[in-house]
Design a protein around this ligand. Structure first.
Ligand code: RFL
Ligand code: PHB
Length: 399
């Protein structure tokens, strides 16, 4: 088999890249180890930045999101039992976020690729990358027991944190920077009505809690737990009583109901520099991980592939490798700002049980400052809603 761009992974990064390349008349093939049913049902992110919403619409895949997603103009921050709304719409000059689940984004992108007769090969195994430092890289894989090979001009490694692509950047070139947090998130999907019009991020002596939403009937909530905690220790009753203890205020009650899914994820920050080697370019979680507190992971994946698409398009239009040569440098500027923001939100909102009483008081004072200073609220809003994309364009033009 032969194509222009071989893409490993049908997550948000791989699917959006393939779709954007198609709109530029560039061919790609996506290799995905899971089935279509699996990728379309895995529960992950929920918040789309303004830039991701704009991208979905500009790329012609935003119709269902605009119909079924929930536009939010702000969030609520809670600490010491006091809740305050952050009017992000007003603070950012009219921008918003969209609450629309990641697996719905996946469904929309898969449908668009298949409708345009794009090739996604599901259920592959033993994916291997070869000759990435040459102009003729190849990907080998197994499909239904048969050995296959995909020859291409470029490989896009969009295979998430555990995929094989990143490992192809030689260890002598690869610089991996990471931070592990002593926090885990217990996430639940529950059959209840929407608890609150906007998301609630709550700091509490017992630990952080996040009240989010999915549909009018099903909601998504999170509790800070020890990352080594066993989910078997968390009965539905215990989860509800802990959520209520952390988020309920005088006169505001959290609706409860049957929990239909629960799991625990640990939190880390991770960046791989550079994000390219020869004809291999890695994007999304394959290159970086953020703790979910800032809601940036999916949005960063979408940002990366826009930079990558621009580079690949420039190459096919004029043979110019300059934009591609600067892919990693351009993408990393946004990534580090998102890392900074996610780290800040995580440390400001979670309870660190190893902290001294002095450190806890400084943390509460930071929350007091952030919720009372217009400058701080503006900075929080600008970062949460997503830094503007014009910046990447301007920066690239200076190359
Ligand atoms: P993905 O989604 O992991 O997709 C990678 C794909 O590659 C496939 N793959 C392979 N295919 C072939 N061969 C191999 N050897 C392969 N190895 C892997 C996988 O099957 C998969 O289909 O990466 P991508 O595209 O970079 O997208 C990243 C996002 O999925 C991720 O950053 C977000 O989900 C993070 N995240 C959030 N991001 C947000 O922007 N807003 C949020 O509100 C938000 N909340 C969250 C989150 C992540 C969470 N978890 C589960 C860590 C909340 C949580 C709890
Ligand atoms: C979610 O709804 O899954 C969600 C929302 C906000 C976050 C993280 C996850 O910061």
């Amino acid at each position: 088999m032969k194509t222009q761009v071989g893409i490993i992974g049908a997550g948000p990064a791989g699917l959006m890249l393939s779709h954007l390349l198609h709109l530029e008349g560039i061919e790609s093939v996506i290799l995905e180890c899971r089935t279509r049913e699996e990728i379309e049902s895995t529960i992950r992110a929920g918040v789309l930045e303004q830039g991701t919403v704009d991208l979905m619409n500009e790329a012609g895949v935003g119709d269902r999101m605009m119909r079924e997603g929930h536009l939010h103009h702000g969030i609520e921050l809670q600490y010491s039992g006091i809740r305050q709304r952050v009017n992000m719409h007003e603070l950012t000059g009219g921008k918003s976020i969209m609450v629309y689940p990641q697996h719905e984004v996946i469904k929309d992108l898969v449908a668009a690729r298949l409708e345009a007769r794009g090739e996604i090969i599901f259920g592959v195994s033993d994916v291997g990358l070869h000759d990435v430092e040459t102009n003729s890289p190849r990907i080998t894989f197994l499909k239904d027991g048969a050995e296959m090979e995909l020859a291409c001009d470029f490989i896009a490694g969009c295979d998430g944190y555990h995929g094989p692509s990143r490992q192809m950047i030689p260890a002598s070139v690869r610089n991996e920077k990471k931070q592990i947090y002593p926090f885990g998130w217990l996430g639940v999907l529950a059959k209840t009505p929407i608890a609150n019009p906007e998301l609630i991020y709550a700091n509490h002596d017992r630990g952080f809690a996040l009240i989010s939403q999915r549909t009018p009937e099903i909601q998504r909530h999170y509790l800070q737990v020890d990352p080594t905690e066993d989910i078997a220790n968390w009965s539905d009753d215990r989860i509800w009583s802990e959520l209520k203890a952390r988020v309920e205020t005088d006169g505001w009650e959290l609706p409860d109901g049957p929990i239909i899914q629960k799991n625990i994820v640990s939190m880390r920050s991770f960046v791989c520099e550079p994000m390219q080697y020869g004809r291999l370019f890695i994007a999304g979680d394959a290159a970086h991980i953020v703790p979910p507190t800032g809601a940036k992971g999916l949005n960063l994946a979408m940002a990366d592939v826009q930079v990558l698409k621009r580079g690949i398009t420039a190459f096919y239009q004029s043979g110019d490798m300059n934009w591609l040569n600067h892919y990693s440098e351009v993408a990393l500027r946004r990534i580090w700002k998102a890392q900074r923001f996610s780290y800040w939100m995580t440390t400001m909102l979670h309870t660190n049980f190893n902290h001294t009483s002095f450190e806890r008081s400084v943390q509460l004072s930071e929350l007091d400052y952030v919720t009372s200073s217009r400058a701080a609220l503006t900075s929080l809003s600008e970062n949460y809603i997503g830094l503007p994309f014009e910046w990447e364009k301007e920066r690239s033009l200076q190359i």
